[in-house]
Ligand binder design. Sequence first.
Ligand SMILES: *Cc1c(COP(=O)(O)O)cnc(C)c1O
Length: 432
Amino acid sequence: MSYLKDADPELFDILYREIDRESSTLELIASENFVSYPVLEMAGGVMTNKYAEGYPGRRYYGGCEHVDEAEDLARDRAKKLFNADYANVQPHSGSQANMAALFTFVKPGDTIMGLDLAHGGHLTHGSPVNFSGKLFNIVSYKVDRESGRVNFNDVLALAKAHKPKLIICGGSAYPRFIEFEEFKNVADEVGAFLMADIAHPAGLVATGLHPSPMPYCDVVTTTTHKTLRGPRGGMILMGQDNQNPFGIIAPKSGRVKNMSELIDSMVMPGIQGGPLMHIIAAKAVAFGEALKPEFKKYSKQIVLNAKRLSDELLKKDYTLVSGGTDTHVILIDLTHKGITGKAAEKALENAGITVNKNMIPFDERSPFVTSGIRIGTPAITTRGMKEDEMILICNMIDQIIKNIDNDNLINSVMNSVKELCEAFPLYSDLRN
Ligand SMILES: *Cc1c(COP(=O)(O)O)cnc(C)c1O
């Protein structure tokens, strides 16, 4: 039964074309995943109706008893998953989480350091087109040309020269573990706050397959929809909640406020209004899934798949930034294959393989063309694919990249993609 089909056939068709696309193509975008039916059900539920400005037990609206229970569960499960003392599950997205965290710890005009966008960072880590680059004085660090990894001698030298108030570690196209401990050493050396953005590896952090930032970082931000496999959204965590070092006191009691209180009020009313309660409840459902042993098995398979795919690509003489991966992310440098990231993305898309073009460190091409593609294994691993399928997928990618103008071959790969997708069905219950 579909209400939408009767009421608005045009949008019903659009929705079902998207279900078809997701189920019949190979999703290799590293930041995407497929949520479970229970997460979908909660995200599509009636909590979208509820205004709940404030936090559980202290709302500006009546009728919040049930959304309070959902948000409490989301926070408790998040704390358990990440071994954190504090969680705020209200940020609408990873970018909102970063905005709230930055505004809590630093002021406009302050100097902050982040990984250069072209070297794997994120827009919100200081890109000139983003609020972060417009409001703060940005010093970007880069990866080492040879190793493709962050060079801590360079980071320390930059930090000593520019005395940042805060350093952001983490990124969107960094195939290796984020080096929290090394960043902490630099931050301590210059008296900077350390913020970790684990938007990408959050699911791996939650399952112990990636080191945890909690012991080292003042604040940790993440998305909930990448490796963590929840609904689209953001979250802010702290390993430990301390009194704020800025001397901000609660007006009535004269008590020094905790950092958690400052972050909570920066999220709402600082930068957001009413929280998306349907999404917060869906986050709680996803966190419940992530606490189960099956999710750890799933996360292990994400990494096994990425390692196998990167090994196969290396065998076929592809250049991988940093020489491989520790995570779910692989960044291919196509320079010596004589093809741009843009052309590779388009040809792969024609065959039903979805990837994104991506700058490589020291890229000489523009962000609209690029010399690389980024691929990731979370979504195909959700479908149940394992190492054997990675070998098939590597062969498909290689055939396309070697024969970018051969329409017959692209068609034949497209048929193989369809077959593979049919063998690992997705959302079949939604199509009846
Ligand atoms: C994806 C990502 C974000 C932002 O997430 P949105 O939900 O798209 O705003 C922030 N930081 C990093 C490192 C990311 O990869």
